[in-house]
Design a protein around this ligand. Sequence first.
Ligand code: SAM
Length: 247
Amino acid sequence: MTPDPRPDGDASPADDASPTSDQPQHPRRSIRSFVLRAGRMGSGQVKAMETLGPLYVLPYKPERLDVAQAFGRQAPTVLEIGFGMGHATAQIAAARPQDDFIGIEVHTPGVGALLQRIQERGLTNLRLIQHDAVEVLRDMIAPDSLAGIHVYFPDPWHKKKHNKRRLIQAPFVKELSSRLAPGGYLHCATDWQPYAEQMLEVLGAEPTLQNTASGYAERPDWRPLTKFENRGIKLGHGVWDLVFTKR
Ligand SMILES: C[S@@+](CC[C@H](N)C(=O)[O-])C[C@H]1O[C@@H](n2cnc3c(N)ncnc32)[C@H](O)[C@@H]1O
């Protein structure tokens, strides 16, 4: 992972990965959806990174991940993008032991915190990747392979000039859908109405996806409130869930 030394600023052309002859010939990256904040690590998180990291954190590699080998079994696999501190991730993995979960997050304290939860709950069906989810999806996840994708409260990038940094945009949604197995689901949630409207428009326009509701969906019972969501609710925000399936 390459640390981003910039403050929360506008994306610039320098953010794009422009291939040169001695670099991998990947398409230009279209979204820079995160800013790496220098979060303080608690001592428990530091220890978890040291002792549990080697067991549960899969290194980013620009090659397909052998998911069955990573979990030691074959099971439906669900990918989560941007798990934050991992409260909801751990709860969902505990409630669905028949499924395997891969959580992606760039923020180190969040990775440390979720490792602690993995140990506290004795979870065997959760692995983490600390890297840009756009690259993980593109390089490590095979087409037609996932049972589900969770994108809960992605950074809303409120300012108009920053809207281009939102994850849920047409090209990335097409790529997300390409990694779902037929019948697999894409579940997004946000507490920012303009982003909810963008999600509904973009997901609705992706021909390989089908809405499971007429518009926004009910929050499924198994999705617990996330930390970010709780904060939004206290600020009086609404919450919008969207659940689409791959045709
Ligand atoms: C607003 S927070 C929400 C966290 C959590 N899902 C929740 O609801 O509490 C969004 C998270 O997504 C992460 N994130 C944003 N873009 C990402 C990317 N491209 N790859 C991995 N993580 C990303 C951020 O670091 C941040 O922790």
